[in-house]
Ligand binder design. Structure first.
Ligand SMILES: Cc1cc2nc3c(=O)[nH]c(=O)nc-3n(C[C@H](O)[C@H](O)[C@H](O)COP(=O)(O)O)c2cc1C
Length: 327
């Protein structure tokens, strides 16, 4: 399949695996790239810029296809040395970066100078247009369904993808709530030229997470995610478990809760431990209602082949019905 997204990324398929903290390691990214999509390493999963350099080399040894690096820029009590991560990416010869979290403005000059194509992931049309003006090469737009940080506007993908397609001129990638061929077909029909998935890729053979967590994704349904940090205007979508349910309960109590009082529950390290040990209630597990479409744990190659075939047949069925109706 050929779109402006495949042309930009140099991939066979217009399917991107979005940055995923603790999951976006070489095993994951190389498997997606080898299957024809774009795999993405997550920079901040690595403890230092030097460790990212090693991880990029490890990924390169596992695939000769293009892959990217996600740089998630969030205000934090202990900010990471973003400029140094960017330097490593530029020096390592990686040609695609997914930025997210905040405006990529300050990091664009060194990336552009190194010939890196930048996909900026955001959650609103206005931020997409700002990034387009700044000179990014593609927009990945996350609907309210997305795992991770879906923003504060609460606009679902159906509207957001269509609204973005009306205004954004550079290639548009739809993200959030996409997990099978039918949802990919919908995104293409709405004007996107590619899709980005997170949750679906967590339930694949190559995802570097414990079998129990993958099985929990298979077992979960569309009502099994929670929105936490709403009261802090830093909304995050995660799987429903003891920790996320507790956080929602504390946020909803009279007077709410201060972040300091839940920090111990929601730390990134606890989330990482849950993914590694398979203890579902050990920490936050990021996931979207795409779990409703997850019935098995295929390889990335099987998954992408199936999604492409189902996408084509979904579009074909709609066309057949359309033609039959109007004669
Ligand atoms: C386990 C997990 C971790 C994630 N971590 C990040 C991250 O560190 N940075 C980021 O930009 N997005 C992150 N995301 C969001 C994904 O890149 C993607 O935008 C989102 O999952 C799309 O929605 P979907 O899960 O419905 O496919 C994460 C998603 C998951 C499932």
């Amino acid at each position: 399949m050929r779109t402006r997204v495949t042309e930009l990324l140099g991939t066979d398929l217009p399917i991107v695996q979005g940055g995923m903290q603790w999951v976006g390691r070489a095993e994951m990214a190389s498997a997606v790239s080898n299957a024809g999509g774009l795999g993405i390493l997550t920079a901040l999963t690595q403890p230092s810029p030097d460790a990212l350099r090693d991880e990029i080399a490890r990924c390169r040894a596992m695939t000769d296809k293009p892959f990217g690096v996600n740089l998630t820029i969030f205000p934090s009590a202990t900010p990471r040395p973003y400029a140094e991560y960017v330097k490593v990416i530029a020096e390592s010869g990686v040609k695609i970066v997914e930025t997210a979290g905040r405006s990529p403005a300050e990091h664009l000059p060194p990336l552009k100078q190194a010939g890196v194509k930048v996909i900026h992931k955001c959650t609103s049309v206005r931020h997409a247009l700002t990034a387009e003006r700044l000179g990014v090469d593609a927009i990945s737009i996350d609907g309210f369904e997305a795992a991770g940080h879906p923003g504060e506007d609460d606009v679902g993908g159906l509207i957001l993808f269509a609204a973005a397609a009306r205004k954004v001129r550079i290639p548009l990638i739809a993200s959030g709530g996409i997990g099978d061929g039918a949802t990919m077909a919908a995104a293409l029909a709405l004007g996107a030229e590619g899709i980005n998935m997170g949750t679906r890729f967590c339930a694949t053979k190559e995802a570097p997470i414990h079998e129990n967590i993958k099985q929990a994704l298979v077992n979960a349904g569309e009502r099994d995610t929670r929105l936490i940090f709403r009261t802090m205007r830093n909304t995050a979508r995660v799987l429903s478990n003891d920790i996320s349910n507790k956080v929602v309960e504390l946020e909803n109590q009279p007077g709410g809760v201060a972040f300091e009082d839940i920090r111990h529950l929601v730390s990134g390290e606890r989330g990482r431990d849950a993914l590694i040990t398979g203890e579902i209630n050990a920490g936050l597990v990021w996931a979207s209602p795409v779990v409703a479409m997850i019935d098995d744990i295929p390889t990335c190659a099987e998954l992408l082949e199936r999604i492409m075939a189902d996408c084509k047949s979904s579009l074909g069925k709609a066309m057949t019905a359309f033609d039959a109706h109007i004669g």
